[in-house]
Every structure is written in C-alpha cells, then in structure tokens.
Write a protein that binds this ligand. Structure first.
Ligand code: 13P
Ligand code: SF4
Length: 364
C-alpha cells in the first residue's frame, strides 16, 4: 500500500489531529506504544503511553512488547529505541528532521581523529575510557562499544564516570562539555584537570602536558537551549524573591549549576518539584515546555515555578514533533504503512548496544 503523504496533514488543525490520533491509537491497540520526552509540547505529550527522561524512555523501549514504538522525542532517542528493542519491532520518529544540535557537534570522523591524535600523546586504548552522552549518533555509541567505553545520560553520568575511572585513568567525554564538567566537579575533580578538546584545532588546541595532566577531556559541545541560562539570571531573580530554590539541568553552564540548589535530569527536576513543600518558589533551568507544564501542574499547591531565562528557550527540534506528524504516522500504521522507521545498521547497532548495556548495568 502507498503511504499517505504528510502534506494534507499539515493543513489540519490541532483539534482534527487530536481526534484522528485518538482513533488511530484505538485501532492499533497493544501493537503501538508512544513514548514521549518531557520536552514535547502538550498536544503531543498527552498521547504518550509512557513519558520520561532519556534513561527512563530507553528502558521503556527495551521492555516494550509493542510492534511499533513511536518516539515523540529526537532522532538519537529513536535510534536507541531501535537498538534496544527486538528486531521484529519498529521504532518510528514522526518527523525525521527532529535532530539534536548538540548531538551534531560530534561526529565519528572528528572523534576518530581525536582518538588518533590522543594516541600520539599517550596509549589511548590503555589509558582512556570514551564516554558518550546518549545525545549522540549511534555510530559514536558504537565507537564507545568498540573501545571499552560506555554511554551516559544526565541521570547516571556520575555512576558512568565512576565505572569509567575504574577501567582506565582518563575519560574522553563527548559531546556535552557541561554535563561532563558539572558531573566531574561534583565528584571532586578540579577544574584544571578537565580540559576542553576543540575539534577544529590540531590536538584539540591542547598541549601534550595538558592532556597528560587531565582526568577528563571534554568535547567542545553544548546544548543551545541550556547554554542560554546565565548566573546573573539567578542573582536578579533572587533579589526579588530571596526564598527561591534553584534547580538546573546539568547541560546548563558550570556557573549556573554552581549557583543552583539542585542539579539533575528532567525526571529528577519533576520529582523534586512534585515532592517539595507547598507554597515554595522555584527557578528552573531547563526547556520551556517542561517548565510551563510544571507551573500548571503544581500551581494549585501554591508552588510557583518560573523559567530561568527572560528569553524563550525552547528546543526547536523537539518542537518539530507536532500533532500533524503524529496523526500522519499513526494513520499510516493503521493502513499498514510504516513511515519514518529508524533502522540503525546491524553492525553499528551491535557495538552501540554493548556501550548501552554497560550503561544500563551501572545505572541507578
Ligand atoms: P534528560 O531528559 O535525559 O534529562 O535529557 C534532556 C535532554 O536534553 C534530552 O535531549
Ligand atoms: Fe538536544 Fe538540547 Fe534539544 Fe536536548 S534540549 S534535544 S540537548 S538541543
């Protein structure tokens, strides 16, 4: 059967899509599971069977029995779902252009070059554990699988770094420098033992001495959404509301995390605010859709949840998953057409799974 094209769906309003999504979900029953990341817009988020952070959704994908895993999130998440699910299941990303700009900051060519250059200074295989944040392409996870390395998420970064240092002396951490630095520092690693590898420069812009001294070599990548949060925003807000509790995602800059009372993944942020005393005020450094949802959810308890930045910081790629694309993929599934399947090549998936399984083993 020919798949229906997206174009007519783009003309539908959200209400039409809502009705169509509900009807298609009913028709597909247990054959379908929809996973939704916390940064999804509400019109999509409410259709998820399971919501969560990257770790929780990876586990859901690994344990799901559904034929179709529709991932309302970004490309690397759907890749992980494909890798961790069984071969007869299909992971689907409603809009293929939903990538992650941070994940794009590290590619296999640059990482292999970094590894080769590091090998000129020291024995990289014997001395460095490569660690990739889950926000990365499948071939980088495979690189870690092949080189005794591991994947991490914002929930388990500390457990993963502890495991990594139990294997080798040093860590090469990509692509998010902030998650690496914030986690390393909280483990007691001084800032001058965490150097930044600039992938546009020979030897990462570092001297052999700097590399030899470093415990963590941080890739020069960042999340453009969390990069917008600044320590002055905390100071300004606290001048008006000194009682405020500050909570930040560890993709935020070091100075912001240093000024925060709590640091953790999206799931951690949700639980912390959910379990907080009524009538408390929160300043939150993470994506806007999640912060707005928390505000709405807990305002009846007198909890005031504020977004840290005066500017709008939405993840534009998460936002690409809209009700129109969701209705499109689901109605096609009802007709027996799989649109936007994510298939990681078998050789890449095999190595990437090694690194993902290591992560799942050490995760809390
Ligand atoms: P978590 O939901 O795992 O905390 O990650 C946030 C994120 O940036 C996803 O891309
Ligand atoms: Fe990537 Fe940042 Fe968007 Fe997360 S919030 S998907 S890290 S761009």
């Amino acid at each position: 059967m020919n798949a229906a094209a997206i174009q007519p769906y783009t003309l539908l309003d959200d209400e039409d899509c809502e009705a169509r999504i509900l009807k298609a979900r009913e028709a597909l029953g247990d054959r379908l599971v929809i996973l939704g990341h916390h940064y999804q817009r509400d019109e999509v988020f409410r259709h998820a069977n399971f919501t969560g952070d990257s770790l929780k959704l990876s586990r859901q994908a690994a344990s799901s029995k559904a034929d179709y895993i529709v991932f309302c999130g970004v490309h690397f998440m759907a890749e992980v779902a494909d890798i961790l699910s069984r071969p007869e299941q299909t992971a689907i990303l409603p809009d293929m252009s939903a990538g992650c700009s941070m994940a794009d900051m590290a590619d296999l060519q640059n990482v292999e070059r970094a590894w080769a250059e590091l090998s000129e200074v020291l024995d990289a295989e014997a001395g460095i554990t490569p660690v990739t944040y889950i926000n990365s392409a499948a071939d980088l996870k495979a690189f870690c699988g092949e080189h005794g390395g591991i994947v991490c998420t914002s929930t388990n970064a500390r457990n993963v770094l502890e495991w990594s240092f139990s294997q080798k002396d040093k860590v090469l951490f990509f692509p998010d420098q902030h998650l690496g630095r914030n986690t390393g520092y909280r483990m007691g690693i001084p800032l001058d033992e965490m150097v930044v590898w600039d992938y546009d420069k020979p030897l990462g812009g570092l001297t052999p001495e700097q590399i030899e001294k470093a415990k963590i070599i941080l890739w020069k990548g960042f999340c453009s959404v969390h990069q917008m949060f600044q320590p002055e925003q905390i100071d300004n807000f606290k001048q008006k509301y000194p009682e405020t509790k500050v909570i930040a995602h560890p993709e935020s800059p070091f100075e912001v995390c240093q000024k925060s009372d709590y640091i953790g993944s999206t799931e951690y942020i949700i639980k912390t605010i959910r379990d907080a005393e009524p009538n408390t005020r929160w300043l939150v450094a993470t994506e806007l859709n999640l912060v707005n949802r928390l505000h709405e959810q807990y305002k009846h308890e007198g909890k005031n949840v504020h977004f840290m930045s005066p500017n709008v910081c939405m993840c534009s790629t998460m936002f690409r998953i809209d009700p129109q694309h969701l209705a499109w993929v689901l109605e096609n599934l009802v007709e027996g057409n799989v649109v936007n399947p994510i298939h990681v090549p078998a050789d890449v998936a095999e190595q990437a799974k090694i690194a993902l399984d290591r992560m799942l083993e050490v995760s809390p």
